[in-house]
Ligand binder design. Structure first.
Ligand code: ADQ
Length: 503
């Protein structure tokens, strides 16, 4: 890619959030998160544009466009909106994206609602994104589409007069063939994806699942090469397909954790939990995160190891999410019932076993909890990556934190040597892992956390953007130490089977 070629990013939501305050017009706030931090410098350098839904309806868009125009001047790259009607918000976003693709790709096929109206809305919204991308880009630009809401954008773009080069990154897992074939639109969707020039997945498992689906459902296509990025040939076209584990801005988390404000908050947290280890859970409200499994495992640990009572507390933050979908209400009710039950069973004067919060912490509070906690407990039943595990480790400045990580989180591909792995479906395994983590000698804790921090420091979000864009240019990707050095602590093939194989 030459310097003149610009980068266009498209994602469902924009990195700026718009809110209308009665009488005061539109208020703009900045989105946060690693992806925004990592992409912003590249977008500035490459005269880039970010295209997404600003959370407003189509008829509000002309009004919002001028707000976005002003904001573009301020942030140093362009932001452009795609409007959705309230119906499309229902059918495309809450419907196809979050009641078809999300559950199916996370192995929850019974939660899927394969309503054909959802699919039509998905196609329509992807077409609209393509239209805005075509309008806002030039033939030389590289278009980088993010996530499962926009899988058909490249196909829609290909039906327009001048071609664009496109890349796609899937932040969630890609399911195995036997699940993918349940999708009524499996052939069309798979063919849609093959219009991208580069497709990136979180782990080799996801990439292999995709390749298996392609080989079975699109037999006219051939797959060549091996290693990080393989080539899928369809007639004259070549689609590159690779695994690029998403990362965090390590320095930003480590530096914030060391700031005065966070250090003071950490000291207060420690004084609020005197002589106790904090086990921390931070999860978006979602059935894929395995929060009830975590609570059951914690309960069993307290029952089986009474010495842990009064010595540990689970601090569990559940971040509100997709509250308009009934399954999310049900999971919240189940979590709160379990929290109540465990509290009722174990609480005694001066000790509360679970500190449960349903809400949001500001960044300082989040990072203070990461740093103050001794253990981060991640029990996802399926997770594309799980950034919380990496953020906890980056903020673990004392260097003696322990990461308990689900075998089914993408992060396991990189961190399995040094995290304590659990099968969240096995309540005894979770309980044992908690006990092991709570009693692990300091030296071992430091050694493990040191290696985890080295890996995530080297392979941070800037590295991730760099390797994806290099792969898009067909360049050599160099060594990926953490993915190569791994020796599975399980029988050969085990991690292929559970889905977090590293290469
Ligand atoms: P999520 O399912 O949202 O992401 P995760 O990777 O754990 O899961 O990321 C959660 C993010 O929310 C973290 O970056 C965390 O800092 C942030 N967060 C925590 N508290 C917050 C708060 N109060 N307000 C706002 N944000 C908060 C999806 C996939 C994952 C994949 C990521 C990135 O499901 O598997 O790792 O995308 O690709």
């Amino acid at each position: 890619m030459t310097v003149a070629e610009r980068l266009i990013v498209a994602s469902n939501r924009l990195p700026v959030v718009l809110d209308r305050t009665p009488g005061e017009g539109w208020k703009v706030s900045r989105g946060s998160g690693g992806l925004v931090t990592a992409l912003e410098p590249v977008l500035r350098e490459r005269e880039g544009t970010w295209i997404g839904w600003p959370g407003v309806s189509e008829d509000e868009l002309p009004e919002v466009d001028s707000v976005l125009e002003r904001e573009s001047g301020r942030i140093g790259y362009r932001v452009r909106g795609v409007g959705l009607t309230p119906r499309e918000e229902e059918d495309f976003y809450l419907g196809f994206s979050n009641q078809v693709i999300w559950p199916l790709f996370h192995d929850f096929q019974t939660q899927c609602n394969f309503d054909p109206t959802f699919w039509r809305a998905y196609r329509e919204v992807n077409r609209r994104f393509a239209k805005v991308i075509a309008r806002e880009s030039a033939p030389n630009d590289f278009i980088w589409v993010q996530d499962y809401h926009l899988m058909s954008v490249a196909e829609e773009l290909s039906q327009r007069p001048s071609r664009r080069r496109t890349g796609f990154f899937l932040h969630i897992p890609f399911p195995p063939l036997d699940l993918f074939v349940k999708l009524p639109w499996r052939f069309t969707l798979l063919r849609s994806l093959l219009h991208y020039d580069l497709i990136g997945f979180q782990t080799a498992r996801d990439r292999n699942n995709f390749i298996h689906c392609v080989q079975t459902l699109a037999p006219d296509v051939t797959v060549e090469g091996e290693g990080r990025v393989v080539e899928v040939r369809i007639g004259e076209r070549v689609v590159r397909v690779g695994a690029f584990p998403i990362a965090i801005d390590f320095d930003e988390f480590a530096d914030s954790a060391a700031s005065n404000a966070v250090s003071e908050r950490v000291a207060r947290l420690w004084s609020e939990f005197p002589g106790r280890q904090i086990i921390l859970g931070v999860d978006r409200l979602d059935y894929s995160k395995g929060i009830p499994h975590k609570l059951q495992g914690f309960r069993l640990a307290l029952e089986r190891y009474p010495s842990l009572q009064e010595k540990v507390s689970l601090v569990q933050l559940v971040i509100p999410s997709r509250e308009d979908i009934p399954e999310y209400h049900a999971i919240r009710t189940e979590i709160e019932r379990l929290v109540g039950r465990i509290s009722g069973e174990f609480t005694r004067p001066g000790w509360v076993p679970i500190h449960y919060q349903y809400g949001r912490w500001d960044r300082e509070e989040l990072i203070a909890h990461y740093r103050a906690a001794r253990i981060n407990l991640v029990t996802s039943l399926k997770d594309g990556m799980n950034l919380v595990a990496k953020e906890f480790s980056a903020a673990s400045l004392e260097g003696d934190g322990v990461l308990i990580l689900s075998e089914y989180a993408g992060a396991t591909a990189q961190l399995q040597q040094d995290a304590i792995l659990v099968n969240p479906y096995d309540v005894e395994d979770v309980a044992e892992a908690i006990h092991t983590a709570c009693t692990m000698p300091e030296e071992e804790r430091r050694a493990r956390m040191g290696r985890i921090r080295d890996k995530i420091r080297k392979e941070d979000i800037f590295w991730w953007v760099d390797v994806f864009l290099k792969a898009a240019r067909g360049e050599d990707l160099g060594e990926w130490s953490s993915l190569d050095a791994y020796q599975p602590p399980a029988p050969p093939g085990f991690f292929d089977a559970v889905g977090t194989a590293s290469s």
